[in-house]
Design a protein around this ligand. Structure first.
Ligand SMILES: CC(C)(COP(=O)(O)OP(=O)(O)OC[C@H]1O[C@@H](n2cnc3c(N)ncnc32)[C@H](O)[C@@H]1OP(=O)(O)O)[C@@H](O)C(=O)NCCC(=O)NCCSC(=O)C[C@H](O)C(=O)O
Ligand SMILES: [Mg+2]
Length: 286
């Protein structure tokens, strides 16, 4: 699948130390997997997780799902070995945690060479201030929000409305959009709370994120639903395009649908919705 157009509604973290989870993910309906060597893996389990992940990627079977490897920070005792063991293991991208500046990305580029796309964890206050600079790095293909680390570093409280994180969330989406790269929202820790997840997914979708990182398979369906176009969005998009075409044909620049104006820019957004709906429909039949 083309990296530029593939969906990223549901991006599931899997601790690479959990063999059962590595196996299970081959059949889960998520759009992408982050194979985690960092915070989900205990220090004593790092080496075993690295080897298990390399073997799982070699075996394959993850189908259309984007395969992202989250390594440990390059400043940690494990980062360099993670890169060495996994840079040629067949992943679609490497996810670098605890990034602060663009030069952190340069350090990874020096180690992996020319090809592999880099995803960046945005999870420190410094990274948020540098969001535009990081996102515009030519090798960075996605920004992934680390709301747990951000909350820790800010000393803020976890609130359902995520008010303390709003500047960070919006900065991340803005930077990603300015650079035309992917923006993924942070995790929802109460993984058995479907209603809470749905509300946070909706907020993330409203903010402009492409999808949400997840920690448990039970969260996949909610994220897939929230980040896909709804039937009423599809219906409206079709009517906006038709009305705009009709108004153009009669020499008018602007159409009106449901009492709201439709201009060229709305047609661009409407076409984007239809393209995404089509892509997801195709995905369901494969
Ligand atoms: C949260 C968990 C520890 C819960 O585990 P568990 O109690 O074992 O869950 P279940 O018994 O309900 O599991 C049911 C089956 O699903 C499989 N499973 C569970 N989690 C996953 C998963 N993530 N991927 C694939 N499969 C999974 C179990 O193996 C069971 O399978 P079966 O045997 O067939 O029934 C656990 O879910 C977990 O470890 N989640 C991941 C946690 C994680 O990755 N954390 C790090 C990322 S979050 C983060 O760091 C973000 C960022 O950096 C920040 O700062 O915010
Ligand atoms: Mg983190």
């Amino acid at each position: 699948m083309d990296a530029a157009t593939r969906p990223y509604r549901s991006v599931l973290y899997i601790p690479a130390s959990k063999e059962r989870a590595l196996e299970k993910a081959r059949d889960l309906p998520c759009d992408a997997i982050i194979f985690d060597l960092e915070d989900a893996v205990a220090p004593d389990a790092k080496a075993g997780a690295r080897a298990a992940l390399a073997a799982a990627l070699e075996t394959g079977g993850y189908g259309h799902r984007a395969k992202i490897v989250r390594i440990n920070a390059l400043t940690s005792e494990w980062g360099l070995e993670d890169v060495r063991a996994l840079k040629d293991a067949g992943a679609d991208a490497i996810l670098l945690p605890k990034v602060n500046t663009r030069s952190d990305v340069d350090n990874l580029v020096d180690l992996i060479g020319d090809d592999m796309p880099i995803w960046v964890m945005m999870e420190t206050p410094v990274s948020v201030f540098n969001a535009r600079d990081i996102a515009s790095h030519g090798r960075v293909a996605a920004l992934v929000t680390g709301t747990n680390d951000l909350t820790k570093d800010l000393g803020s409280r976890t609130r359902p409305d995520r008010l303390p994180l709003m500047l960070a969330l919006q900065s991340i989406v803005m930077a990603a959009r300015a650079a035309r790269i992917i923006a993924i929202d942070g995790v929802y820790n109460r993984f058995r709370d479907g209603e809470g997840l749905a509300a946070e997914c909706e907020q993330g979708r409203d903010l402009g994120f492409d999808g949400k990182t997840l920690i448990h398979p039970a969260q996949i369906e909610g994220a897939n639903r929230a980040f896909a176009p709804t039937s009423s969005e599809i219906d409206l998009a079709q009517r906006q395009i038709a009305a705009h075409e009709a108004s153009q044909a009669s020499g008018e620049g602007v159409a009106v649908v449901d009492g709201t104006i439709v201009e060229n820019l709305h047609v661009v957004a409407a076409r984007r919705i239809l393209a995404k709906a089509q892509l997801l429909a195709e995905l369901e039949t494969t």
